[in-house]
Design a binder for this molecule. Structure first.
Ligand code: HEM
Ligand code: HEM
Length: 86
């Protein structure tokens, strides 16, 4: 019998997908601004984020982000099997 809220594993997967989605969104914002405002972001991140690094992160991030978003939406759609999930 599955307890309400799902199995421990499914809950952990959901929480990880949520967390990673938030991190990826944040990185998109920061790296996007690193492309448009390289001097500002360079100063804010103590020279860690150059325009070139920002561009690499921004380009590369699309793949994990898409995978996470698809997983996230899939877990919502499959919710009907497991009522109180998100
Ligand atoms: C960058 C995009 C997204 C991020 C960062 C994100 C993040 C989150 C997070 C953190 C939660 C958990 C809220 C909680 O813990 O109760 C959540 C819930 C949810 N998300 Fe997303 N999400 C994104 C996109 C989407 C999209 C595109 C859809 C729909 C197609 C969607 C549908 C939902 C639904 C239905 C819930 C459950 C709400 C509830 O029942 O309380 N999300 N999302
Ligand atoms: C979830 C949010 C975002 C997504 C999914 C996203 C996605 C993308 C993708 C796929 C590209 C093409 C990268 C490539 O050519 O390989 C791109 C380019 C770009 N993005 Fe974003 N982006 C987001 C947010 C932002 C933000 C917040 C900014 C600025 C503040 C930004 C600024 C740019 C710029 C300037 C380019 C063009 C880079 C160039 O080709 O010279 N993006 N973005």
């Amino acid at each position: 019998m599955i307890p309400s809220g799902g199995t421990r594993l499914s809950r952990q997967i959901r929480e990880w997908v949520h967390t990673l989605l938030l991190v990826a969104t944040f990185l998109f914002l920061v790296s996007g601004m690193g492309i448009t405002e390289p001097n500002l972001m360079n100063a804010i991140t103590l020279r860690l984020l150059t325009k070139e690094t920002s561009y690499k992160i921004h380009s590369w991030l699309l793949y994990p982000f898409t995978a996470l978003l698809v997983t996230h939406i899939y877990l919502k759609i499959s919710r009907k099997n497991n009522r109180k999930e998100n």
